[in-house]
Design a protein around this ligand. Structure first.
Ligand code: ATP
Ligand code: MG
Length: 717
């Protein structure tokens, strides 16, 4: 046994070792990125088992994502071998809760065969309830109500405990009533939503001391990763369980709290020491992940946040390369440069899989995907489908396909009831049967059936409207610029309205992706050229599965992970920090964006490249954009700034000195100087938020396809 013990404890520094060996009591490990928090947690788990302090099944380990849980299990397996198989209580808050709930469902009025409903089901159910109350669902949307319910559930608030003054924003104060009905309906359906998984457990623990005692006896040790992102409900859940043995260890970093919009509360860190008297706090200060310069940039940047507990971080690693900050003309130039960097990295014998591109919002991914496809760089989008495979993009493409050809039955099926037109599955089936008999396309069959009065009711008017729309758009497509046609379709079909009514962050993302689609269309001469391009890209992006792939992901999805070479593109005002965080005006949202920037930089081990562009095409028009304020918050001595835009990021006075953003002739020759973003902001304000340069003539690029249909690299302008 000692041999094994020496194995895993070896190499830990004194503080890490203390955190591993302080197995009993409450322990908070509060430490910056890359200091080995996750490593400590895994080693601690191994240590507890190795010391025979508990069996694997007597430990509870909670991680933030399923991916993190899998990795934790793998790491544990390396340390302790087969015993890791018995870590039956290692998972996310949701997965562990659902397991507990299955055992005691009857205590909250459910059968243990209960179903867990997803967001779609949740919305459908809420819609029924709101309609039954004779409330206008256009004005008071199910999405909005779902958001309210989530915000209550995140704080563990049941319908009869909603604080006075909340819920009034829905249907003149009927929000709480709807919440109540919703919970009652779920009970009848023997179902619960994600929030309920935790809430039901909390109720069970609170109302059934014997059950709670059973879990107290079972869970001898509780371990929690990414503690800074727990919400109030998760905290209560943990606290109830930890009241047993009191052996709980949470690791986290307040500077990496990036889920405030989902109800995460950094206050949970402060509460910890109060709620667990005698709790010990250990700070880890040595970063093992990044070079000194990368770490210096991250630390300097995060200092601009007021609201933090404060930490020191150092590394004994070498200085490493300067963090590169690069200003480029536009998004394509940015993607081109990053593509070149990755190719030369690969040419030097390194792996693609050692590189990651992290973006603020998923619409930013497309340019990189296309560039990588063109260069033959294998890549993988983590945490979501690739751009052209996203549901909203496929929907939009289905409309275009129907414009191009009325024979496209698959496209018809996809969007005839998207957005909802009252055309149910039975109506569609009916049309399909007739179409097969007549051997005609669905659009044509539907038209014939309408004329013959073979479809009735809601479906009839829905299909009528749909066919009329298609015909009108087809005619317009012959005359109007194709990006505009896409906008018209999205507006007139009600697709945009559907997403706008939807107040979730996902809907916002979808709207942004659709804007990006319109933007992409502007790069092609014709609708056909664009569609051909997409079809080829879709084809090229199939297969090609290998382990050695560049990873493209959002900053939110990058939590806890690391890569030797990291690219952080799109550091522009209103992209990052996001427009929404700026519009909100307060410091809170901006500080969360800054923490996200901190998460981004601290993912890098050897090299970190930050970039921004001077021009982004937004809605088919070029707009000049300002470099992100975060760029000015980097320490000049650790940065190598190069700019092709005329924005000299690091003049004599460094970043806080005077930055020039002067334009060339084609921009009208206007020149102005600004000390970082503040002056830039001021300059922008004087023009009422309009682009400094007025209308930049729309640039048409040749499609990236030659007449033979082969993908070719675009030549540099
Ligand atoms: P984050 O805040 O990003 O989640 P973290 O604090 O959880 O980071 P880890 O992922 O556990 O940090 O560790 C960062 C890197 O440092 C990993 O590659 C890990 O293996 C390495 N590391 C941690 N501690 C040591 C150590 N004592 N000796 C060598 N390498 C270490
Ligand atoms: Mg970690």
């Amino acid at each position: 046994m000692p041999a094994r013990e020496a194995d895993y404890l070896e190499g830990l520094n004194a503080e890490q070792r203390e955190a591993v060996e302080t197995t009993d009591g409450a322990l908070l490990v509060l430490a910056g990125a890359g200091t080995g928090k996750t490593r400590v947690l895994t080693t601690r788990l191994a240590h507890i088992l190795n010391q025979r302090k508990a069996w694997a099944s007597q430990t509870l380990t909670v991680t933030f994502t399923n991916k993190a849980a899998r990795e934790m299990r793998e790491r544990a397996e390396k340390l302790i071998g087969d015993e890791s198989q018995s870590l039956s209580w290692l998972g996310t808050f949701h997965s562990v809760s659902s397991k507990i709930l299955r055992r005691h469902a009857e205590l909250v009025g459910l059968e243990n065969s209960f179903t867990i409903i997803d967001t779609d089901d949740q919305l459908r159910l809420l819609k029924q309830i709101i309609e039954a109350e004779n409330i206008d669902t256009k004005r008071w949307t199910p999405r909005f109500m779902a958001g309210l319910i989530d915000s209550w559930k995140n704080r563990a608030i049941l319908p009869d405990r909603v604080p006075a003054g909340e819920g009034h924003e829905f249907a003149n104060g009927r929000g709480i009533e709807i919440y109540k009905t919703y919970q009652a309906r779920l009970a009848v359906l023997n179902a619960c939503d994600f929030g309920d998984l935790l809430l039901h457990c909390i109720s069970i623990f609170q109302n059934n001391p014997d059950v709670l005692a059973e879990y107290h006896a079972r869970f001898k040790y509780i371990l929690v990763d990414e503690y800074q992102d727990t919400n109030v409900a998760q905290y209560l859940w943990l606290r109830l369980l930890a009241q047993g043995t009191g052996n709980i260890c949470c690791v986290g970093d307040d500077d990496q709290s990036i889920y405030g919009w989902r109800g995460a509360e950094v206050d949970n860190i402060l509460r910890f020491e109060k709620d667990f008297p005698g709790a010990k706090t250990i700070r880890l200060e040595r970063n093992y992940r990044s070079t000194a310069r990368i770490l210096a940039c991250a630390s300097h940047l995060i200092k601009a946040n007021q609201d933090r507990l404060g930490k020191t971080l150092h590394t004994t690693d070498e200085d490493g390369d300067l963090v590169k900050v690069r200003g480029l003309w536009d998004g394509e130039a940015e993607a081109r440069l990053i593509g070149e960097d990755i190719e030369s990295w690969r040419a030097s014998g390194r792996m693609y899989a050692e590189c990651a591109v992290m973006v603020r919002a998923s619409w930013q991914m497309r340019l990189f995907e296309e560039r990588f496809i063109m260069l033959g760089i294998p890549y993988k989008v983590i945490g979501g489908p690739r751009f052209f495979e996203r549901a909203e993009i496929r929907d939009a493409m289905a409309y275009l396909r129907l414009i191009r050809s009325e024979n496209d039955d698959l496209a018809f099926e996809r969007v005839v009831n998207q957005p909802k037109r009252g055309v149910g599955a039975t109506s569609i089936q009916k049309i399909q049967i007739v179409a097969r008999e007549m051997q005609r396309p669905l659009t044509v069959t539907a038209e014939i059936m309408l004329r013959g009065n073979e479809v009735s009711g809601k479906a009839r008017s829905g299909i009528r409207a749909f066919l009329n729309d298609l015909e009108r758009w087809r005619a317009q497509a012959r005359e109007i610029e194709h990006p505009r046609i896409m906008e018209i379709i999205l507006d007139e079909s009600g697709y945009t309205a559907m997403l706008k009514a939807d107040k979730t962050p996902q809907a916002q993302t979808r709207l942004e992706n659709l804007k990006e689609l319109v933007r992409a269309m502007g790069e092609f001469e014709s609708l056909n050229a664009f569609m051909e391009h997409v079809e080829l890209v879709m084809d090229a992006s199939q297969g090609n599965e290998s382990d050695d792939q560049v990873q493209i992901l959002t900053l939110h999805g990058a939590k806890g992970l690391e890569w030797p070479q990291v690219f952080l593109p799109g550091w522009e005002e209103e992209v990052f920090p996001s427009k929404r965080s700026i519009d909100e005006g307060g410091v809170k949202a901006l500080e969360e964006e800054r923490r996200l920037a901190y998460v981004g930089i601290t993912r890098a081990r050897e090299r970190c490249y930050i970039s921004f562009v001077a021009n982004r095409m937004i809605f088919g028009r070029w707009q000049s954009v300002m470099p992100s304020r975060f760029i000015d918050e980097l320490p000049p001595e650790h940065v190598d700034a190069v700019s092709e835009t005329g924005y000299n990021s690091a003049p004599a006075g460094g970043f806080s000195g005077v930055s020039r953003f002067d334009s060339d002739e084609s921009f009208g020759g206007s020149t102005y100087e600004s000390p970082g973003w503040k002056r830039a902001q001021a300059a922008r304000n004087t023009t009422d938020g309009k682009s400094q340069y007025g209308n930049w003539p729309q640039k048409k690029r040749p499609p990236d396809i030659n007449p033979s249909g082969r993908l070719v690299a675009t030549s540099d302008p």
